[in-house]
Design a protein around this ligand. Structure first.
Ligand code: ZN
Length: 324
């Protein structure tokens, strides 16, 4: 099925309310901007980048045409004007993450590439692209490098007072930001079933059981049972106590929150308001349509592909930056 692009979609339109509220609490921490600047200047980010560039395989179009096409299509769906570099993390778990703030890289595990179907992979990539689109990469980096962040704050007596307050709040926000990322993943994958099966695979779904029809429904029933525990209605203190060691929200809670977004009409409204045919990136030197089922050679003056009919975004440079 052809996907739709959402060129005018803004991240606040699909932002989960828990994400917004938690970020407001982070912003209210005294001297937050100073801590963020101090963290940025500490060089933690550069170190991570060097690690990825130095150790992991980069996904180039010639070597990994299908995976690269999945990435470019996902970027086109969210109207990115460049394609972030994608690296393969040598890990059997299904995992994806972002490194870098100014020129972010996406990292995806071998396990994800090997175990996920096309739309599931789009969901995974869409979730990471959402972090870039929201413009919160520095905060994400602070949360995922918490021990470094605490170290940075410890070095400056002005930040000592806010150390624990900020650590707590930024971790909670990082968890809730995943709920927004899941929504973006659905907007990219445009296949709710595939989003839920991705979550199930990440939660350890054995391959042998995968073709059972009632699998997703069973999981969503489990998610409803979890909601009946009333965790979101608990006091902040109780909820924090239960979730303090979690890097991501409870998987069944994520599934439930995404189900609500899908069923309450928000998803449909956004698709109807913004959906249009996905454009295709074409390198102005090479001039080959990057739609993997097309591959036509194009005239530089073309506005639409003569093979697949899609609108062309002419690009230039290694990161395929859009020039027209
Ligand atoms: Zn084409």
């Amino acid at each position: 099925m052809d996907k739709l692009a959402l060129p005018n979609l803004e991240s606040r339109e699909y932002e989960h309310p828990f994400d917004r509220q938690a970020l407001e609490l982070v912003m209210q921490v005294p001297r937050f901007d100073d801590v963020a600047r101090f963290f940025w200047n500490s060089g933690t980010e550069k170190y991570r980048r060097v690690t990825y560039l130095g150790s992991y395989i980069r996904v180039e179009q010639t070597a990994f045409p299908k995976l690269h096409a999945q990435l470019t299509e996902s970027c086109a769906t969210l109207a990115f004007d460049y394609i972030p570099k994608l690296y393969i993390l040598p890990e059997s778990r299904i995992k994806a993450e972002i490194a870098g703030v100014e020129d972010p890289l996406i990292i995806i595990s071998t396990g994800a590439i090997e175990s996920l179907a096309d739309d599931e992979l789009r969901f995974l990539l869409g979730r990471e692209l959402a972090s870039i689109k929201s413009g919160h990469l520095l905060y994400q980096s602070m949360a995922s490098n918490l021990s470094k962040l605490i170290g940075v704050m410890g070095k400056n007596p002005l930040f000592k007072v806010v150390q624990f307050l900020l650590s707590d709040r930024i971790l909670e926000w990082a968890r809730y930001s995943k709920l927004t990322a899941d929504r973006a993943g659905l907007l990219v994958a445009q296949n709710f079933h595939a989003c839920i099966t991705t979550m199930m695979k990440q939660a350890g779904l054995p391959n042998a059981d995968f073709h059972r029809k009632d699998l997703v429904n069973g999981f969503l029933l489990q998610a409803r049972d979890f909601q009946n525990l009333g965790l979101h209605e608990q006091s902040d203190k109780a909820r924090k106590k239960l979730s303090e060691n979690l890097q991501t929200p409870w998987t069944v809670d994520r599934a439930w929150q995404l189900l609500v977004f899908h069923e309450n009409g928000e998803y449909k409204t956004l698709m109807e308001a913004h959906g249009q045919r996905v454009p295709v990136y074409v390198d102005s030197e090479d001039r080959t349509c990057l739609n993997i089922t097309c591959g036509s050679k194009l005239l530089r003056t073309a506005k639409f592909c003569t093979g697949c009919g899609r609108k062309i975004w002419w690009t230039q440079g290694a990161d395929m930056r859009v020039i027209g």
